[in-house]
Design a protein around this ligand. Structure first.
Ligand code: FES
Length: 98
């Protein structure tokens, strides 16, 4: 598990991961916050449903996909946190139109 080297201070925001309130720092990526959580994972694969976690942190691997504010398959390494953001770990296949 990862941890921040400094406190967010005045830049602190609250996001919700699977309904749990989590402190984050304005400007950091959702994936960075997910890497500090236990259990450490962001999505499951569509076939075997094995867990995956953010890996490349630059939009290449797609292992950081999650549902953000109702939008499925968001690359969380490319999305900055905003206060009140709701993140859900993504499980299995994404349904069309969801
Ligand atoms: S961590 Fe690889 S695409 Fe987001």
């Amino acid at each position: 598990m990862f941890r921040k080297l400094h406190e967010a201070g005045g830049n602190a925001v609250t996001i919700y991961i699977d309904g749990a309130a989590v402190m984050a720092e304005a400007g950091e990526s959702v994936a960075a916050v997910l890497l500090r959580q236990q259990p450490l994972w962001s999505r499951t694969t569509p076939i075997s449903e094995s867990r995956r976690a953010p890996y490349c942190m630059m939009g290449v691997c797609f292992d950081c996909l999650a549902k953000v504010d109702g939008e499925a398959s968001v690359q969380t390494c490319l999305r900055q946190v905003t206060d009140g953001m709701r993140v859900e770990r993504q499980q299995g296949k994404r349904s069309v139109g969801a």
